[in-house]
Design a protein around this ligand. Structure first.
Ligand code: FES
Ligand code: FES
Length: 153
């Protein structure tokens, strides 16, 4: 076991973990934060997207020990802080989710886009930014609509 200390949604967390444990399982099983979903566990689907030191990462590709000393933000953190309130409301009002499996990762990526894009209403740029987040339900159009609506607020 290896000691890990990180800041999780603003709270300092210390834990002993197996070196092979990935960050998504650490968040879900050790911390009880099941809003971070696990789909492929191969870095393909984006369901496990979280922020690590402000940058979006696929948490199934990060070992918990690699997150030692970092600041991790999950869907629970951005929801509780209110940061995701506008985009979550837009997802609901635009029907940008159906089963909801992709939604936590999609919201984290949408927030990243809205914070960094020079032209956040550019639909092609939105699709490109979301290209690492798969949705099997919506066809993406409603998700793009939701992001554009927040960018226009
Ligand atoms: Fe991490 Fe699919 S579960 S990218
Ligand atoms: Fe079902 Fe996106 S809402 S996978």
């Amino acid at each position: 076991m290896t000691g890990v200390t990180l800041t999780l949604n603003g709270e300092v967390i210390r834990a002993e973990v197996l070196p092979r444990l990935h960050l998504a399982d650490f968040l879900r099983e050790h911390c009880g934060l099941t809003g971070t979903h696990l789909g492929c566990e191969h870095g393909v689907c984006g369901a496990c997207t979280v922020r690590l030191d402000g940058a979006i990462v696929r948490s199934c590709l990060v070992l918990a020990v690699q997150a030692d000393g970092t600041k991790i933000e999950t869907i629970e953190g951005v929801s509780d802080s209110g940061e995701a309130q506008a985009i979550q409301a837009a997802f609901a009002s635009r029907n940008a989710l159906q089963c909801g499996f992709c939604t936590p990762g999609m919201v984290i990526t949408a927030l990243d886009f809205l914070a960094t894009a020079p032209n956040p209403t550019d639909r092609d740029a939105i699709r490109a930014h979301l290209s690492g987040n798969y949705c099997r339900c919506t066809g993406y159009e409603a998700i793009v609509d939701a992001i554009v609506s927040v960018a226009n607020q």
